[in-house]
Design a protein around this ligand. Structure first.
Ligand SMILES: N[C@@H](CCC(=O)N[C@@H](CS)C(=O)NCC(=O)O)C(=O)O
Length: 228
């Protein structure tokens, strides 16, 4: 199997954590794609993923799987013990629900703020932004407020639960964790009074699959080049 990604970015980090959790690193060849140079917006990459985003998994039979949720579902089921995406119907549903909230209310909101209200990934990508969003910094700024609401929501969830979707580490935790990594780079950080979220982050940072991977997030050459 191959993963097309770029170390140092939050969505690739989600899958690198999953691979480590499932002990699959040795079965994967990583292919680095130049995000800042807009390689992911060129025809060759768009054939793999028409959405023009990373990561993408390529199976040995040539099939491409994009979207972190889909990639995680595939990898999590390979060993017949899908603990990251849920073993029972109830677990599956709760993890799905919470991970979707983590994307919508936090990770994607931070990304929208970053791409639309800040210089984002730099000049090479400007040409690929949809004209519909031209001059919509106000919308990007509102996404920052949405992300702050997401942080408040997950802090409240974690006052009553050790993990985002119940009593064990799951895909929902990975998505929130990636949202916090992205927030660090974009300047959306956990407010001081969100104690439950801060404690959870410390706990999750110590999980081996996360600890070994998180150093690659936003410490990268790429974002330093852009001044983050
Ligand atoms: N929903 C997608 C999001 C992927 C995504 O936004 N990836 C970022 C890297 S962290 C990307 O490729 N951004 C490039 C761009 O927006 O031009 C997923 O779950 O895989």
């Amino acid at each position: 199997m191959k993963i097309f990604d770029r170390p140092g970015f939050p969505n690739p980090a989600r899958i690198r954590i999953v691979l480590a959790e499932k002990g699959l690193d040795s079965q994967i060849n990583f292919v680095s794609v130049d995000l800042i140079g807009a390689e992911h917006k060129q025809a060759e990459f768009l054939e793999k993923n028409p959405s023009g985003v990373l990561p993408v998994l390529q199976l040995d039979d040539g099939t491409y799987i994009a979207e972190c949720t889909a990639i995680t579902e595939y990898l999590d089921n390979l060993d017949g013990d899908p603990r990251l995406t849920g073993r029972t119907p109830k677990e599956k549903a709760l993890i799905h629900m919470m991970q979707r909230r983590a994307e919508a209310e936090l990770l994607d909101a931070v990304g929208n703020y970053f791409h639309h209200a800040t210089p984002g990934l730099g000049t090479a990508l400007q040409a690929f932004k949809s004209p519909a969003w031209e001059g919509r910094k106000d919308w990007g700024d509102r996404q920052r407020e949405k992300a702050l609401g997401g942080l408040r929501y997950f802090d409240n969830v974690l006052k009553d639960s050790p993990f985002i979707a119940g009593d064990h580490f799951s895909l929902a935790d990975i998505t929130v964790y990636a949202g916090l990594m992205f927030g660090d780079a974009a300047g959306i950080t956990i407010p001081d009074d969100h104690a439950a979220l801060k404690t959870w982050r410390e706990t999750v940072s110590e999980i081996p699959s996360v600890k070994n991977r998180s150093g690659q997030a936003f410490g990268s050459e790429d974002l330093r080049r852009l001044g983050f």
